[in-house]
Design a binder for this molecule. Structure first.
Ligand SMILES: Cc1ncc(COP(=O)(O)O)c(C=O)c1O
Length: 464
C-alpha cells in the first residue's frame, strides 16, 4: 500500500492552486491583522516593540496566580475542567457586574454573556448583525483588530474622522442621512470612546450625550468597546455610553485583558435581550462556552478583594511610561510630526508629513530593531499611510525612549532623502532645536497637537 501524500510544509504556487478552488468567497476579502502579523518579528528580544497592545503582565504577582490556581485545584477541580453554560458562569458574571459598577454602570447579570476575550464580542456582534454589504460606522482610525472581522463578514465600513474629543459626532448625522439617501443599510456604530485604540483620544461628554441621543432618535445600535476605561492617568472619568443610554441601544464590550490578563481570554458583552439571544446562539457555534478554568480564576481572584489595587498599581506603572514616550517624541520626532496626548490607555497616535509612508518606514525601522504599527491598518480605505500607533504599556521608560529615538532617526533619514530629491528643507527636529537652544539660548518647545485629519492639518482647520 502506498502512503498518502504528505501535507506541504510551506505554500508553493502549486499548493495554492490545489486548495484555492475550495476556499469560500469570503476569504477573498479576509485580511490579516497588521498587529498579529508582526508578533513573530517583535517577539525577538533585541527588538524594541512599540507595536503590540500588550499589557505588562510581569506586574501581576506570581504568588497571587499560584494561590488562585491552587485554590481552584483543591476546591473545584472537576468543575474547572468541565464544559460550562454558553453564556458563562453566574459567579463570573457577578465579577463582571462589579467591574462595571466601578465604572458607574448598573447591569443585570441576565443581560451579560461571558466571551472568549473582547475580540469574540466584535466577531459575534458582526456575525449577528451584518449581511454582506451592510454598513458599520466606525471611527477613523479604528481598532486595527476589528478590521479583519469587518472584512471577514463583508461589512461596508464608513469611517468618521476623529479629533482630540473622539469621533466627530457632528459629522455623524449627515453621514447617516447620506447613507439613507444612497439606500445603504446602516446596522450599527462601533466606537472605542475612552482612550481609543489606536488614537488615544477620549470622546467628550457632550459628544457622548449626542451620540446616545442620535442612536435613540434613529433607533440605531451602538457597540461601545471599552477595554481601557479603568486605565486613567489623569482627569476625571466620563460616563460610559452604556450608562447614559441604560442599555437600550448601546451594547457594551468589556474585557479582563487590560485589568488582569489577556492570557485568560475573558471578556463579556451586554446587549438588549433579543440581540443577546442571537449572540448566544452565535457563540454556541463558535466555541460552545468560554474556558471554565479561566472563569473560575477570575472568580477566585475577585474573592480576594484587591483587584482594584492591582489596577491602581498598573496605572502607576503605565503613567510614567506614557510621560516618557511623550517626552521622547518631543525630543526626537521632527517639528512636522503631530501626536496625541492620551489621558489613559496604552497608545499614542503620531502623524508624519504626507510624503512619508509608515509601512515603508517600518521596514527600515525593523532593521534598527524597533517596531510600531503603521496607520494604514486602522483604516479600511487606504488612509493612515503617514500615521503610526505607538504603544507605551509594554516597555520600560528607557526602552521607550530608545525606541522613539531610533524611529526619530529613521524619520530624519527619510525627510533628508525627500529634501535632497525635492530641494525642500525640513524643519529642525526637537533634538536639533535643543542643540540650537543650548548654542544661542533660543526657547522653542516641540509641539503636542491634537489629533487632526491630514487635510485639516494642511488647511489649518480645527474640527469640533
Ligand atoms: C479596542 C479593543 N477592543 C477589543 C480588544 C480585544 O481584546 P481581548 O480580546 O484581549 O479582550 C482590544 C485589544 O487590544 C482592543 O484594544
Amino acid at each position: 500500500m502506498t502512503s498518502p501524500p504528505k501535507p506541504p510544509s510551506r505554500s508553493t504556487s502549486r499548493d495554492l492552486e490545489r486548495y484555492a478552488g475550495l476556499f469560500a468567497a469570503r476569504t477573498r476579502v479576509m485580511t490579516s491583522s497588521a498587529m498579529r502579523d508582526m508578533m513573530a518579528v517583535t517577539a525577538r528580544p533585541e527588538v524594541i516593540s512599540l507595536a503590540g497592545g500588550l499589557p505588562d503582565t510581569s506586574t501581576f504577582p506570581p504568588e497571587t496566580l499560584a494561590a488562585i490556581t491552587a485554590r481552584i485545584a483543591q476546591e473545584s477541580s472537576a468543575k474547572a475542567l468541565q464544559y460550562g453554560p454558553t453564556d458563562g458562569l453566574p459567579e463570573t458574571k457577578e465579577c463582571i457586574a462589579e467591574v462595571m459598577r466601578a465604572e458607574g454602570m448598573r447591569v443585570d447579570t441576565e443581560d451579560v454573556v461571558v466571551t472568549t476575550g473582547g475580540q469574540q464580542v466584535i466577531d459575534l456582534v458582526v456575525k449577528t448583525l451584518i449581511d454582506p454589504g451592510d454598513v458599520v460606522i466606525a471611527e477613523g482610525p479604528t481598532y486595527p483588530g476589528a478590521v479583519p472581522t469587518f472584512n471577514a463578514y463583508q461589512a461596508d465600513v464608513v469611517q468618521i474622522d476623529m479629533d482630540s474629543e473622539g469621533m466627530r459626532v457632528d459629522l455623524l448625522e449627515e453621514t447617516i442621512d447620506a447613507l439613507e439617501r444612497e439606500g445603504r443599510r446602516l446596522k450599527f456604530i462601533y466606537t472605542v470612546p475612552t482612550f481609543q485604540n489606536p488614537a488615544g483620544a477620549t470622546m467628550s461628554l457632550a459628544r457622548r450625550k449626542r451620540l446616545v441621543e442620535i442612536a435613540n432618535d434613529r433607533e440605531l445600535l451602538v457597540l461601545e468597546d471599552n477595554p481601557y476605561g479603568l486605565l486613567r492617568y489623569e482627569g476625571e472619568p466620563l460616563p460610559p455610553l452604556y450608562s447614559l443610554d441604560g442599555g437600550v441601544y448601546v451594547m457594551y464590550l468589556g474585557t479582563f485583558s487590560k485589568i488582569l490578563s489577556p492570557g485568560i481570554r475573558l471578556g463579556w458583552v451586554v446587549a438588549p435581550p433579543p440581540v443577546l439571544e442571537k449572540i448566544n446562539v452565535g457563540k454556541q457555534g463558535a466555541d460552545l462556552c468560554t474556558s471554565t478554568l479561566s472563569q473560575l480564576m477570575v472568580q477566585a481572584y475577585f474573592e480576594r478583594g484587591d483587584w482594584q489595587e492591582y489596577v491602581q498599581a498598573l496605572t502607576g506603572v503605565y503613567r510614567p511610561r506614557r510621560d516618557a514616550m511623550l517626552e521622547a517624541l518631543g525630543e526626537f520626532f521632527p517639528r512636522e510630526a503631530e501626536w496625541t496626548r492620551p489621558d489613559g490607555g496604552m497608545f499614542v497616535w503620531a502623524t508624519l508629513p504626507d510624503y512619508i509612508d509608515t509601512t515603508d518606514l517600518l521596514a527600515r525601522a525593523l532593521r534598527d530593531n524597533v517596531a510600531f504599527v503603521p496607520g494604514q491598518g486602522a483604516f479600511l480605505d487606504g488612509r493612515g499611510r503617514s500615521s503610526m500607533r505607538l504603544n507605551f504599556s509594554a516597555s520600560g521608560e528607557d526602552r521607550i525612549r530608545e525606541g522613539i529615538r531610533r524611529i526619530g532617526q529613521v524619520i530624519d533619514e527619510q525627510m533628508d532623502l525627500y529634501g535632497t530629491l525635492t530641494g525642500e528643507m525640513k524643519a529642525p527636529s526637537g533634538e536639533e532645536i535643543e542643540a540650537a537652544r543650548e548654542a544661542d539660548d533660543v526657547h522653542e518647545g516641540a509641539r503636542v497637537v491634537e489629533l487632526r485629519h491630514r487635510s485639516e492639518a494642511r488647511s489649518g482647520a480645527g474640527g469640533a
